[in-house]
Write a protein that binds this ligand. Sequence first.
Ligand SMILES: Nc1ncnc2c1ncn2[C@@H]1O[C@H](COP(=O)(O)OP(=O)(O)O)[C@@H](O)[C@H]1O
Ligand SMILES: [Mg+2]
Length: 223
Amino acid sequence: MIELNDICKNFYMGSVKLEVLKNLNLHIKKGELLAIQGASGVGKSTLMYIMGLLDIASSGTYILDKQVMNYVDDDNLSCTRNLKIGFVFQSFYLLPKLTALENVALPLVYRGLCKEEYIPIALEKLEKVRLAKWAYYKPNQLSGGQQQRVVIARALAGKPLVLLADEPTGALDQDTGKEIMQLFQRLNEEENITTVIIAHDEMIGKACKRKVLIIDGAIKEIT
Ligand SMILES: Nc1ncnc2c1ncn2[C@@H]1O[C@H](COP(=O)(O)OP(=O)(O)O)[C@@H](O)[C@H]1O
Ligand SMILES: [Mg+2]
């Protein structure tokens, strides 16, 4: 499903070259629930951006769903991103003026679906995250955990191949964080959705079937 081969990512600060990912290799199969751990600043988000087609590697090959993504143009990248990737970030990025339902429907609106088409799908996804009752509330009327559920429902709305979550519990208290992780586990079991979770938090690692660590720019499996 996902193949990262010999991925390098460098950033340049003036003439200073910062080598963040160094010949990183990672293969992820369909239906996996994977935690990517590592110290702060080690390159977890950088890797997530590459996997999510928000940034490109300096070298190496990235194959997503049998398609080599390296030489794809920007339009094609955003189209693939919209079709294949669901994002869950630490900060929620919900649009404050829209209801939960409208926020969940956004990826479908971008795809050109009309109201009659996207409302039932968005409602179904809100049910999946146990928030159907809150469909017509605005984000600021919801708790942090509920907002993160809306984000997850939005990520699911486009039926992505893979769900990418970057420290999804980072802004939540411990109990709420646990609930969110249980939700990821349930979705992974019920829908067999491939899920990659970046985790600073040890609790997330424990909840995932497979764990890897980024260390010195490369992947180490934790068994
Ligand atoms: N756009 C950028 N320009 C320059 N340096 C960056 C950029 N993005 C990330 N970095 C650097 O790359 C390293 C890895 O960052 P990041 O992937 O955000 O780490 P993590 O998510 O593991 O905490 C850090 O040293 C960070 O400062
Ligand atoms: Mg990060």
